[in-house]
Write a protein that binds this ligand. Structure first.
Ligand SMILES: *Cc1c(COP(=O)(O)O)cnc(C)c1O
Length: 510
């Protein structure tokens, strides 16, 4: 056993727990701090390579990898995983993110060798099963949305937005309408919407939200003009509300010669109940990783297929699947390729498994249960928490603002940190921006009433504690997490991204 620079014991005997401050908090050194570079976990014979196989590019200095044994490496990662909160360890009420249970069946099918072990450059004749699966998934995405085409390749919701807006631009360029340089974005849109429009060079024209949190069709009409390329509307919107005037908005947008991009990341609220094509949308991404489950977060993996109306279908990116055939090069005005190869195969398998195991009625039931759960949470918490838009029922998520905390000295951030001490992942905070100190909670359909009640009891208990003047509990939180409060500004401004060998640690054997 050796000691690392912090004086922690390292090596096989590491427990993963070290004293930090007054409490015993789990901690885990880096691989480099556990192993030393002089020893290796495996005995390999010395390599004698004659000749200049590497054309003079041989490594000149030691590679400096920690030489761990297999159990040492395994335990390191298992210990790290135990510091994480996950959907498999508890409820994850992050609004807009749809952290629902990931059925193990999906994982099983995604690991079938015919899907998991194929190579994107394999001859098409050898991957017909995978292509058939993509074809079937595409079919159901178009059926659920009543649209004419789908581009499967976008690798996330934001990527899907980019793809859909590029199809709109390609269509307008082809029609001699390339002068349309403005995109309308309601205040209640997801932040990726204005970011996508701006990234593509469009000017963003903001549409204010009404007092009830929805988009005003009159405000949209007033903002429309010959310079407008499209509206990007999130529906259900980020206040969790279904836009009641969406059909009128679509009609007004089309009458002005513009396209209707719908952010359908949260399709999970309406799948099997409403077909967006019937509402007049021209393009919409569906986050497979939210709506049809799959583990996600922390940067991936995701998949954000875009369904397209008949008007936009000719401008879909390649490749696409057409009756068992992979179309890599299409004639015409399509926008080309937006990703290498064919997208996230593992996500396709999981999403289709989710669809087929639920069936059409099951998908509709899942959406209705998600809506019921969100309204249950809103009704229970709404007894104490402030509900900014009490009018219509919510869809898949419930929005609160921080006015119920006025005068308590507790902020939304403090409240979220106290939730960690109670064993819950925090909700989405300070988003959407249309309300002050937002708390956005999405329970999803996969939580039982018992779990929802435990969650609501905990939240109400915290709220009562805040109102009773116990601010210190909140401002000190979290005290039971692996890490206390982080200096987030410093972490963002000067992140430490690379391990540097402390001078006193031994160098690898030359
Ligand atoms: C999650 C989400 C996005 C972005 O999806 P990513 O896969 O994270 O890029 C866009 N819009 C809405 C409404 C979302 O909820």
């Amino acid at each position: 056993m050796s000691m690392n620079t912090q004086g922690r014991p390292t090596g096989t005997g590491t427990t993963g727990f070290a004293a930090a401050g007054s409490s015993l908090l789990p901690s885990e050194p880096l691989l480099f701090e556990i192993g030393d570079t002089e020893h290796s976990g495996v005995d390999l014979p010395d390599v004698e390579i004659g000749g200049d196989y590497l054309a003079g590019c041989e490594r000149q200095s030691p590679i400096d990898l920690a030489g761990l044994t297999e159990p040492e490496a395994l335990r390191h990662y298992v210990r790290l995983s135990r510091l994480n909160y996950s959907i498999d360890s508890g409820m994850y009420p992050l609004g807009s993110c749809t952290m629902k249970h990931n059925p193990r069946l999906n994982e099983k099918t995604a690991r079938l060798p015919g899907f998991a072990d194929i190579h994107p450059l394999a001859p098409v004749s050898t991957v017909q099963g995978a292509l058939a699966l993509m074809d079937e998934l595409a079919h159901w995405l178009m059926t659920l949305t009543n649209t004419a085409a789908v581009a499967l390749t976008p690798k996330a919701g934001a990527h899907g937005e980019m793809c859909g807006m590029m199809a709109i631009r390609a269509a307008q360029d082809a029609a001699g309408e390339g002068h349309r340089k403005v995109v309308l974005v309601p205040e209640s849109a997801h932040g990726t919407n204005p970011a996508t429009a701006a990234a593509l060079g469009y000017a963003v024209r903001s549409i204010p939200a009404r007092d009830d949190g929805t988009v005003d069709v009159e405000a949209v009409k007033a903002a429309l003009g010959p310079d407008v390329a499209a509206i990007m509307l999130t529906n259900p919107n980020t206040c969790g509300l279904f836009e009641p005037e969406v059909i009128e908005i679509a009609a007004a947008v089309h009458a002005a010669g513009a396209f209707f991009y719908c952010d359908g990341a949260n399709f999970n609220a309406i799948m099997g109940v409403v077909r967006p094509g019937d509402l007049g949308i021209d393009a919409m991404h569906i986050n497979l990783h939210k709506t049809f489950s799959t583990p996600h977060g922390g940067g991936g993996p995701g998949a954000g297929p875009v369904v397209l109306s008949a008007a936009l279908a000719p401008f879909a990116p390649v490749p696409f699947v057409r009756k068992g055939e992979l179309v890599e090069h299409a004639e015409g005005t399509h926008l080309g390729r937006i990703t290498a190869f064919h997208g996230q195969m593992g996500m396709y398998v999981r999403a289709l498994t989710y669809m087929m195991s639920h069936g059409g009625d099951g998908l509709a039931q899942a959406a209705k249960d998600a809506v019921l759960n969100a309204n249950y949470v809103r009704a229970r918490l709404g007894q104490v928490f402030s509900v900014p838009f009490p009018g219509q029922p919510v869809m898949h998520e419930a929005l609160f603002d921080d006015s119920f905390l006025a005068g308590t000295g507790v902020s939304t951030l403090d409240f979220a940190k106290a939730m960690i001490d109670e064993g819950f992942h925090p909700m989405t905070m300070y988003f959407p921006l249309v309300v002050h100190g937002a708390m956005l909670i999405e329970p999803t359909e996969s939580e039982s009433k018992q779990t929802l009640d435990t969650f609501c009891d905990t939240m109400l208990g915290l709220a009562h504690d805040a109102k009773a003047g116990n601010a210190a509990r909140f401002t000190a939180a979290p005290t039971r997490a692996p890490r206390r409060r982080l200096d987030e500004t410093r972490a963002a401004r000067s992140p430490v991204l690379k391990w540097e060998r402390p001078a006193e640690l031994p160098q690898a054997a030359e």
